[in-house]
Design a protein around this ligand. Structure first.
Ligand code: GLA
Length: 386
């Protein structure tokens, strides 16, 4: 057991006086392909070595008793009368349980303790990690027979119906399907996926946390989603087969440019380009051409910042500073945006000087101490066999 697993195990026993099942559930990076998932497009995420560990066991009550080790907070919920909690983390538990109940899965009372090292609000999907851990744990202790795609949907519905973020499926999917040293190309329409060995020999994935977490993020996220839908409504008139931006070609979009609000046009154009970049980046991986892969990352950041407008000053500064450094293959903002992390591919021999430079210059320019993590690609959520 890792230290974290041992800690959660011990805390569970001391709080609830029985032994838990343990689940280890990772955060994620996205190498390329942002704001494409809810347009039925492609993404290329990977699960990482920052995780949540969750302990869970049935109790004999019709209640959920839960403890967040990191917040040092407890809640008790009535299984048959779930309410929104004033504690943000508790709403994920409520959401997963409510979504399972909606689908007629029979749950009984249970106890849960969780904690971890995925920084919250850093765009590394700590919430998907919690949803995944809960679903994997509940599936096991109540023998629900869920497959992993279904589990990912339960997590996504939790976000939609209990957290208020109309997210795509990327974060929940990679949390449950990630494999060590592999990036996962997901077709968000069919949920078919392909694993690409991500050769990191001599290359490190370095995450620079801007430490900015804009509270605009959720509402702006939903606005972007509606803008994409607005574009689809226009183009549907010309081709009734079009269900969303996945079905739209650049030719068709450009042909009807004059009918678009300029902002909506830019949003749609970005999504088509970003989708195309994911496919090209996957070809690069097949050819083990990380230089070309990195170029697509730079282009992705440009588009996210200028056309989709989900970056922010601090993220742009992190990218600008990274580009001043030797040994950088590619970098971009990552995830929903408006804060969180940039992802950087850096030659191993240059990692130390890269970190030193970014930390110093970022502090000078913004007054903020960045947090920088060198991360590794690991497997998806799993039960820790005792
Ligand atoms: C958030 C959402 C994902 C995805 C990304 C942007 O992480 O949860 O579904 O849309 O933003 O790519």
């Amino acid at each position: 057991m890792t230290e974290l697993e041992q800690k959660i195990y011990d805390q569970f026993i001391s709080k609830y006086d029985h032994k838990p099942l343990l689940v280890n559930s990772p955060g994620r990076v996205n190498l390329i392909g942002d704001h494409t998932d809810y347009n039925d497009g492609f993404v290329l995420p990977a699960a990482i070595d920052k995780v949540i560990v969750l302990g869970m066991a049935k109790n004999k009550l019709e209640k959920i008793r839960a403890f967040s080790a990191d917040m040092n907070e407890s809640v008790v919920m009535d299984l048959n009368d779930l309410h929104k909690s004033d504690k943000n983390w508790a709403n994920y538990i409520k959401g997963v349980v409510a979504e399972l109940q909606k689908e007629k899965f029979k749950l009984k009372g249970f106890d849960v303790v969780f904690g971890g090292n995925i920084p919250i609000g850093a765009g590394l999907s700590s919430s998907a990690a919690l949803e995944g851990a809960l679903t994997v744990g509940l599936d096991k202790i109540f023998k629900l027979g869920l497959d992993r795609k279904k589990m990912a949907r339960i997590g996504q519905l939790t976000e939609h119906n209990h957290v208020g973020v109309n997210c795509g499926i990327m974060d929940q999917f990679i949390n449950l399907h990630g494999e060590a040293d592999k990036a996962l190309k997901l077709d968000c329409r069919t949920l078919d996926y392909e694993l690409y060995p991500f050769h990191q020999e001599g290359i490190k994935i370095v995450l620079c946390n801007s430490k900015v977490s804009h509270n605009l993020a959720d509402s702006e996220y939903n606005v972007r989603r509606s803008q994409c839908e607005e574009g689809v409504e226009i183009l549907k008139q010309y081709d009734p087969q079009i269900r969303n931006l996945r079905d739209v070609s650049m030719e068709l979009l450009v042909e009807h440019k004059s009918e678009f609000d300029p902002v909506v046009f830019r949003r749609c154009k970005f999504v088509l380009e970003e989708n195309d970049r994911v496919l090209k980046a996957c070809e690069d991986l097949s050819k083990e051409d990380l230089r070309s892969f990195g170029q697509h990352m730079f282009e992705s950041h440009e588009g996210l910042s200028k056309e989709y407008e989900v970056s922010c000053e601090e993220l742009d500064i992190l990218v600008e500073l990274a580009k001043e450094q030797e040994g950088l293959l590619g970098c971009r903002m990552m995830g929903g945006g408006f804060g969180g992390c940039t992802i950087n591919l850096v030659e191993e021999t240059k990692v130390a000087s890269f970190i030193e430079y970014i930390s110093k210059k970022y502090k000078e320019r913004t007054g903020i101490e960045a947090e920088i993590y060198v991360t590794q690609i690991n497997g998806g959520a799993h039960i820790i066999e005792s």
